[in-house]
Design a protein. Structure first.
Length: 287
């Protein structure tokens, strides 16, 4: 059984981590529906991308990232990175005595609820797609669902280049997404932090024939549901956002605004030495 956090813990921040700044798309959604909550965000900009790394390395990094947040007394950990959610969610859940929310389950649930034909497309990084984690999350809920999964790695740099409505993005999306039209899927899961920014191009390329699901938006709703259910929702004040990055360049600050939709108030540097210090130290194992 999960440990119930005492009521005073409602004032603690929500912890969110990602391989970089893409996870700010989820922070944006959380802030929309939970404006009073303080959020502590960690983006591992020094070690990104995760989407092209091995499962072992993604797991190690993800556990270190979660530990960084846990040490700062967050009341819930949100694994905003799809690559990390795909490979490390259960390890993180087993390692920290706070609720842990990943992006796969909320996204899978939402896709199933809109798909009539039970034919669902999934796009993500190479790591996310090769893990088969979205397939498992969908099949666990409906064994008859048919899934077409495709790695679409070029979409990440396109967003980071601010090519959001650029013709090049349209060409790349057309090439990547044509299979979903041929296969006649009726829902497409955006399985990567960056893809919601390309939503309009994706919708246009799919000619309105496919419902596009933003897993990040669904994750924010799940965070709300969990903190309400556990009685740890903050009830007063305006929520503050503190962003820690393991590397800061002027470029990252600029891109952070694209993802967040506003200028971030506080960006701090997290030392990589601290993040990589003995990851087992201070961990509370849950049995
Ligand atoms: N945040 C990653 C994800 O959602 C995309 C960027 C990366 O590869 O690190 O999978």
């Amino acid at each position: 059984m999960r440990r119930r956090l005492p009521r005073s813990e409602s004032s603690r921040p929500i912890g969110v981590f990602d391989s970089g700044i893409g996870g700010l798309t989820i922070v944006k959604e959380i802030r929309k529906i939970l404006p009073k909550e303080d959020i502590l965000y960690f983006g591992d900009t020094a070690r990104l991308p995760y989407g092209s790394k091995s499962p072992e390395l993604i797991r190690r990094y993800a556990l270190e990232d979660a530990h960084f947040l846990y040490e700062r007394k967050v009341k819930i950990i949100v694994v905003a990175c799809h690559s990390a959610s795909s490979w490390a969610l259960s390890e993180i859940r087993n390692s920290f005595p706070v609720p842990v929310v990943g992006v796969l389950e909320p996204g899978a649930k939402a896709a199933l609820s809109v798909s009539r034909r039970k034919k669902i497309g999934v796009i993500g990084t190479k790591a996310t797609i090769s893990s088969g984690a979205y397939e498992r999350a969908l099949k666990e809920r409906d064994k008859d669902v048919e899934i077409i999964a495709k790695a679409t790695p070029l979409l990440v740099p396109l967003v980071e280049e601010d090519f959001i409505s650029h013709p090049v993005s349209k060409i790349v999306c057309r090439e990547y997404l044509k299979v979903f039209l041929t296969e006649k899927v009726d829902a497409l899961l955006l399985g990567c932090t960056h893809y919601p920014l390309l939503r309009s191009v994706i919708r246009e390329v799919l000619k309105g024939k496919v419902k596009v699901i933003d897993a990040g938006k669904e994750t924010a709703k799940e965070v709300k549901r969990i903190i309400e259910e556990r009685g740890i929702k903050k009830s007063s004040g305006r929520g503050k956002l503190k962003i820690y990055l393991s590397d800061i360049t002027p470029e990252f600050e600029k891109i952070a605004q694209i993802f967040l939709g506003e200028k971030p108030e506080v960006i701090l540097r997290a030392s990589l030495r601290e993040i990589t210090k003995n990851p087992d130290e201070g961990l509370v194992k849950r049995h």
